[in-house]
Design a protein around this ligand. Structure first.
Ligand SMILES: [Fe+2]
Length: 315
């Protein structure tokens, strides 16, 4: 009896130890999964207010300090809640901008998301108004729904069109062009009667338009579309940026061939419902007169050679 029982005790102990080790491994794995999920969730939903001061060579003196809030890529859908969009609007308004620009991709999928999305933004207001362009996701039969939702809130779409902003007896052109992937672009129509020596702000959805512009009349192009890469992995970077120019227009202030380009990381997500290493952004841009920005390092000059500067504060 003793002979037969003797080996059983250590085997039981080993089985017990294995069970404990397996439990410990499962607990550690569970903690790691919860940690990773918390990180991804926070990264996807925690908005950041990115403030940039941008020097423009042809900015009229009365527009010194003019502030623009830029929101893009809201992508309202089952994956992007209205609460996030409302929070983005509140954050933009907290900066008391002179002008609000909406850079397109209001929805993903069904046109039925258009009205709720714009209802979440309807508190947006600024002394110089709220203007918008459509993004590639707003096309494909959804234009009518998005356009009427914009119009109901008094937000004006600049589809190959522009307006003059007036301040202190000076004027500044604000133009908008159609989406590069899904519409037409007529920059001369957006610039209107812009004269030599005057520089314009132009709103577009896709920053690649900077590479195709044939006019030197634009001082600053404002865009979204690339979502900052949406997933930016350590050592790897962004595996996918929807641009024909690699990571050049992934995010931040970029030197384009003819003008500066500011690319916001946007608010929502598409394709995958998560952001990694790339939090959602509400951009607040302060315009100042000058050839180069005083801080001197606010260009993302090389294609993929530098990480964008996502959070440069005002001086
Ligand atoms: Fe988008």
């Amino acid at each position: 009896m003793a002979d037969t029982l003797a080996p059983a005790a250590p085997a039981k102990a080993v089985r017990g130890r294995r069970r404990i080790t397996r439990r410990a491994a499962l607990a550690a794995g569970g903690c790691a999964a919860i940690g990773a999920a918390t990180y991804v969730c926070r990264n996807t939903l925690r908005l950041r207010l990115e403030r940039r001061r941008i020097a423009l060579p042809r900015l009229p003196a009365p527009f010194e300090g003019f502030t623009i809030a830029l929101l893009a890529d809201l992508h309202h859908s089952r994956c992007v809640p209205l609460a996030l969009i409302r929070e983005a609007a509140t954050l933009a308004l907290s900066a008391r901008p002179d002008l609000v620009l909406l850079g397109g991709d209001f929805i993903t999928g069904s046109a039925r998301y258009a009205d709720p999305c714009l209802r979440a933004l309807e508190g947006l207001a600024a002394p110089h108004g709220v203007f918008a362009v459509l993004g590639n996701h707003d096309h494909g039969g959804k234009e009518r729904a998005v356009r009427s939702a914009l119009a109901r809130r008094g937000f004006r779409e600049l589809f190959n069109a522009g307006v003059w902003l007036a301040r202190g007896g000076a004027r500044l052109r604000l133009g908008g062009v159609g989406d590069l992937w899904r519409a037409t672009q007529d920059l001369p129509a957006a610039l209107g009667d812009l004269r030599a020596g005057e520089g314009a702000l132009v709103l577009t959805h896709t920053p690649d338009f900077a590479e195709l512009m044939e006019s030197d009349g634009v001082d600053l192009l404002l865009a979204g579309h690339t979502h900052g890469g949406q997933a930016v992995l350590p050592l790897v970077g962004a595996p996918f940026t929807p641009s024909g120019y690699g990571e050049k227009y992934r995010a931040g202030l970029v030197r384009g061939p003819r003008c500066r380009v500011y690319v916001t990381r946007g608010v929502g997500t598409s394709v995958l419902p998560v952001r990694i290493g790339c939090p959602p952004e509400v951009s607040v841009l302060e315009l100042v007169r000058g050839r180069e920005n005083r801080e001197g390092a606010d260009f993302v000059a090389g294609a993929g050679s530098q990480a964008p500067e996502p959070c440069a504060a005002f001086e």
